[in-house]
Design a binder for this molecule. Sequence first.
Ligand code: AMP
Length: 188
Amino acid sequence: MRIVLLGPPGAGKGTQAVTLAKALKLAHIATGDIMRAAVAGGTTLGLKAKGYMDKGELVPDALVIDLIKERLSQTDAKSGFVLDGFPRTVEQAKALKVLLTSLNLQLDRVLDLRVPEKELIDRIVKRGQAGSGRSDDNLEVINKRLQVYHAQTAPVVQFYEQQGGLTPIDGTGSPDDVQGRLLKALGH
Ligand code: AMP
């Protein structure tokens, strides 16, 4: 099964995607995690991505699309995946479609986690205070990330709605509640 999990920063995408991938035995592919590892490892990708990530801006499409192309070609992704944090622009969503079509594949489900804005900010601030270790979990950068989400990623929701396949999921409540809703939406 090939799943995209959408949602604004702080909606719980990361937590939910990890649990969902485990439950369904799928590869968990998170572009943010891959790029944080690249930054920590001081790779060329990391050096290019760091400035954007620290400011809460999106890393250029070309870099992220190349990264996803390579990641999706790895063996563990062949039997299915949960994409977390990608696509984040309509350009990326279109590139994903072209890529999957070239592999004779398609997405099975696009799930969109929905959480009220006020709760998003509270959650990310708490995550930073609890020691997420993420340099972008502070109020200034969070506001920027939310602005970027509205300007560049919200259109991805519309893109998939127009393609006829997006399921909104209530992202409020406990992580277990949300996981239950995701699994139910997937017919489990
Ligand atoms: P995340 O861990 O998904 O919240 O991503 C953290 C940061 O990594 C984002 O604020 C962006 O700077 C960058 N990033 C992650 N995924 C993408 C993507 N698909 N496109 C562009 N930038 C991304």
